[in-house]
Every structure is written in C-alpha cells, then in structure tokens.
Design a protein around this ligand. Structure first.
Ligand SMILES: Cc1ncc(COP(=O)(O)O)c(C=O)c1O
Length: 363
C-alpha cells in the first residue's frame, strides 16, 4: 500500500534543488559560515516580514524560547504562565532557564490558552505569559497583553507553528512583547536542520538576546552577562531560509486549502479544527472525536498516517511526576485523548488529499 505520509521533506528538496544549491554555492563563495552577510540579511528579512523591529537568529526554536524568556523575565520574578497542550517546548525552555512553570487551561473551541483561565492563574509573581499560536492559529495576543501588562508581566508569542498567520493588528511575532520561531525542517518555513529566531521591537530585550546567544559577551572575550551560551543560526541555514521565505505565504495558503477540503468532507462525528483565512498558517490539520483510536485505525486501514499533537499534557509528563499531581486542567486533558493530526503539507498531491477526504468522510 502506498501510504499518505504525515510529511515528506524530500518532495520540497527535489522541487527546490536548484534554489538550495544556489544557497550552498553562495555561502561557499562568501567564505562566511556563521554570522555573516546572509545571516544579517535573513534577520532583516524576517523582522520585516513579521513586522518587528529586530529579529535575532539562534540555533533552534527551543533556544529561541529559552533566550527570549531569560531576556524578558522582569527582575525579581521567576514564573512563566502558559498552556500545557503545546508539546512541552516552553516547559523545557523555562525549566532549563531555572524558571517555574504554571499552567492554565485552554479554550474548548480553539484549544489555545484561555484568557479567562489565564486571568485566574495570573498574579504579580508571574513574569512572562507564553502564548502559543498552536497548530498555526493566531491567538488573540491583545487579550493577554491587557491581562499581563498591568501586573508587570510580558507576553511572549511562540510562533513556531504559525509563521505567516496574521490578525488585523499584524502578523504573529509582532503582537506581543517578544516572539520565538523555529525553523525545524517540518515547520512552515524550514531549514535543512535546526534553526530558530527571536523577534521583538524592544531594543533592550533584543540586545540581551544577542548577548545571551553568544556566551554572554558584551565584546569579544568579555562576558558581560551571566547565563549566556552558544546558540547561533548557521550562515548556510540563514541563506536557505531567506531563499524560502518568499514562498511561505503560498505554502500556507495551500495548507489552509487542504484543511478546508477535510472540513468540507469529514463525517459528522469528526470535527476538523478550522483553519480558514489569514489568521491561520495551516501548520497542522487536527481533527477531534471521542472515538480517536477508532478513527486512527480506520485511517491506517486506508493507508493514511496520523499523529497526535500532543498525547501527554506538560503537567502529566513522567519527568515531572508528583510536581503537578494536584493540578487538573479538564479541557486540556480531555482534548489530549480526542485529538488526531492528519497529513498536511504543501507538496501533498490532490489525489492524496482526496484519499484523506474519503477516509474522513467514511468514518
Ligand atoms: C509550538 C512549538 N514551540 C517550540 C518548538 C521547538 O522548536 P525546535 O524543535 O526548533 O526546538 C516547536 C517544535 O519543534 C513547536 O512546535
């Protein structure tokens, strides 16, 4: 049986071969391998695309979250407030920075952090509220700014899944105080390996991220800031990302169209999370049903690969056993048992999309 894959990176690599080779030869010819002209040009292009004053390249999305948290955590505070259904990346980054993580429940309809739940969990010990634009859907960041700012907290957007999504107020990454991006190969804008970035229009915070990503140096061999590390975006990856950026919007539109086709054809018992319009980047096609495992078996029988994003909420991860035993997040926990991701990526063929539609419609 020919499976419909969750992703097939080889298709884009083949289609973009000449463009990718040009990025390779351009980098070779330049002689720059880190923090050269391509890196600077990509930072500028990303900042301009997002609508932020500055973008800072780093080595991964998790590093972007960690450095953004370290750079923006207000003095005297150590707590991060976020949702528990976003794959554990913010949790990993915050714990690595030595911060405590507090969780609030998600909204039943969007599966994004619920402003009302966040309001209840927020107090003046929280320094950063991390809002994840999960699955590609732009969250209403202004609601969190209105909650956080009066208490002296900042809002960090996790844009790893949503680059390109926009609200009336602007693109994700320009809506909060600081934002983190991942260029992991399966992301809507993917590198040929790991990569990430931080964007912000707050100059002091951008400067801190630039310092922290390179050993905490204020100048060469002068450690001016404690807590620094080595987290750089390679010159070659920057060249590849800059080459791919102009095609991002078209790829996102194709993703939304595919998810729209699933929504139109799925049977009544399967709810396809909507991905309509520019406020969604179509990163993941997520369906919800109380009979998740049966649907998964049904799709597998039709040769369709699936995945769950994400099966274990952060507060139930085995590594933190006991720490959050008393915390119950009913909407988060119920969703984790009912969600299923089906294939979506721009190079999916029309006949593959049709097979997924048929399978979702015959359940
Ligand atoms: C929502 C979200 N945040 C952060 C990350 C972390 O990015 P990276 O894998 O580049 O560290 C990812 C994906 O991997 C993600 O999906």
């Amino acid at each position: 049986m020919q499976w419909v894959p969750m992703n097939d990176l080889g298709r884009a690599l083949t289609a973009e071969r000449d463009q990718l080779l040009a990025a390779f030869t351009g980098t070779l010819d330049s002689g720059w391998l880190v923090q050269g002209p391509e890196h600077a040009a990509f930072e500028d292009a990303l900042a301009q695309y997002v609508g932020a004053d500055q973008a800072v390249g780093v080595a991964s999305g998790t590093d972007a979250l960690e450095l953004a948290l370290r750079a923006s955590m207000p003095a005297g505070r150590r707590t991060v407030l976020t949702a528990a259904n976003c794959g554990g990346y913010t949790t990993t980054a915050a714990r690595r920075a030595g911060f405590e993580v507090r969780y609030a429940d998600i909204d039943e309809a969007t599966l994004l952090l619920d402003p009302a739940a966040a309001a209840k969990a927020l107090d003046d010990t929280v320094g950063v509220v991390v809002v994840t634009h999960l699955y590609g859907r732009a969250a209403d960041v202004s609601a969190f700014r209105e909650l956080a700012h009066p208490l002296g907290a900042v809002v960090l957007e996790d844009c790893a899944q949503a680059l390109g999504a926009r609200l009336d107020a602007g693109r994700v990454g320009s809506l909060g105080d600081i934002a983190a991006f991942s260029f992991y190969p399966t992301k809507n804008l993917g590198a040929l390996g790991d990569g990430g970035a931080v964007a912000t229009s707050l100059p002091d915070i951008a400067a801190r991220v630039r310092t922290l990503r390179q050993y905490g140096w204020h100048g060469k061999y002068t450690i001016g800031e404690d807590g620094g590390r080595n987290s750089r975006l390679d010159e070659l990856q920057a060249a590849i990302l800059r080459g791919r950026l102009p095609a991002l919007d078209a790829g996102n539109a194709r993703r939304r169209d595919i998810i729209g086709a699933y929504a139109a054809r799925a049977s009544a018992g399967v709810r396809v999370l909507p991905a309509e319009g520019p406020s969604h980047a179509g990163h993941l096609a997520v369906v919800r049903t109380p009979r998740r495992d049966a649907l998964r078996d049904h799709l597998a029988a039709q040769g369709i690969r699936t995945d769950v994003h994400y099966p274990i909420p952060d507060h139930r991860q085995p590594a933190f056993r006991g720490e959050y035993a008393d915390l119950h997040l009913p909407v988060t926990e119920a969703a984790a048992d009912q969600i299923l991701s089906v294939p979506v990526f721009p190079e999916l063929t029309d006949s593959e999309v049709e097979r997924v539609c048929d399978a979702l419609g015959s359940f």
